[in-house]
Design a protein around this ligand. Structure first.
Ligand code: PEP
Ligand code: MN
Length: 338
């Protein structure tokens, strides 16, 4: 961190700041310039807030030279993290993973049936929501705990790992017992108590990007989970809010190489929520794989017009199967298996 002090800063202020940083365990290097004095701080500056330092009237400018995240940072962990989800490996140069299933679990019969269908199409995992974050309180809110139990039956019947979204810290135990991958939804990306709670579990976490989150906000949320003891985080881009209304969200493809450059974590893409339109799922999926994504999570329903949520952005199984076949060709072109 580089702190520029005004030249006329009183010596006692300079000494006070110097001691303050030293007390925090940092090494302080001073450069005396013609117009400014500069402090170069060496050490772990992650606990220091640049904005708070600027509150000192003698400080002209503060610049971070390293990112505020450490555990997620590729600089300190150059090799790719490979996350094991119930035996399915995600990240590194592993096979690209495909996750499919309905937005909401509607009944045991429905999740078992669609689970078998997505397996037959070539999926590696099954998705399904039991607790649903709905914009309207009058919309279907999910089957709750019973939904998780129903989905566990789909795992029994197919042998595929299952992923579902947890919405509150007090429900985390239900997920630890019943699912293989615990999803944090876009709306909860900065629910810090929930992030801490899933930091304490021994199940991998799928961390969706908040709809208005910057890349740094999102990585800091991964850092929360990792700093609380859980290194098994998979990032998931699901589209962000922009001025464009034609699609439900704007899918940010560039985050794939950026997350891979800045962090060592796997990243998968959710083209269903990113676009809101089943017709856009296939082209966006192919683009995501070409850009280096480690997987896709796609809403699949055999009767999308009757789905209890998100039917418009759900693929029918046959379309899902076609997508996987095309995606395999793109994966091969970029040196990955699928
Ligand atoms: C979902 O996956 O069903 C979901 C609600 O996603 P998001 O949090 O990305 O909106
Ligand atoms: Mn959905």
């Amino acid at each position: 961190m580089i702190i520029t002090l005004k030249k006329n800063a009183p010596q006692e202020e300079v000494d006070r700041l110097y001691e303050n940083f030293e007390e925090k365990g940092l090494q302080v290097n001073i450069i005396q310039g013609a117009n400014f004095n500069v402090f170069g701080l060496v050490g772990d500056t992650s606990q220091i807030s640049d904005r708070d330092i600027l509150a000192n009237e003698w400080v002209e400018n503060v610049q971070r030279v390293s990112a505020p995240y450490k555990l997620a940072n590729r600089m300190f962990h150059p090799e790719d993290t490979i996350v094991n989800v119930g035996g399915v490996k995600v990240g590194g140069n592993e096979k690209i993973v495909i996750i499919g299933g309905p937005c909401s679990i509607e009944s045991k019969e429905q999740i078992v049936r669609i689970g078998k269908e997505v397996k037959d199409c070539g999926a590696d995992m099954i998705r399904g929501g039991a607790y649903k974050p709905r914009t309207s309180p009058y919309s279907f809110q999910g089957l709750g705990y019973q939904g998780l139990l129903d989905m566990a039956d789909a795992r029994e019947e197919t042998g595929l790992p299952i992923v579902s979204e947890v919405m509150s810290a007090d429900k985390v135990d239900e997920f630890v017992e019943n699912v293989d991958l615990v999803q944090i939804g876009a709306r909860n990306m900065q629910n810090f108590d929930l992030l801490k709670a899933v930091g304490h579990i021994n199940k991998p976490v799928l961390l969706k990007r908040g709809m208005s989150a910057t890349i740094e906000d999102w990585i800091m949320s991964a850092e929360y989970i990792m700093a609380n003891g859980n290194p098994n985080v998979i990032m998931c881009e699901r589209g962000i809010r922009t001025f464009e209304k034609y699609t439900r969200n704007t899918m940010d493809l560039a985050v794939i190489p950026i997350i891979k450059e800045k962090t060592h974590l796997p990243i998968i893409i959710d083209p269903s929520h990113a676009t809101g339109d089943w017709k856009l799922i296939e082209p966006m999926s192919l683009a995501a794989i070409a850009a280096g994504a480690d997987g896709l999570i796609i809403e699949v329903h055999d009767q999308p017009e009757c789905a209890w949520s998100d039917g418009a952005q759900s693929l029918k199984p046959e379309k899902f199967k076609q997508l996987i076949e095309k995606a395999r060709v793109v994966a091969k072109a970029v040196g990955r298996d699928l």
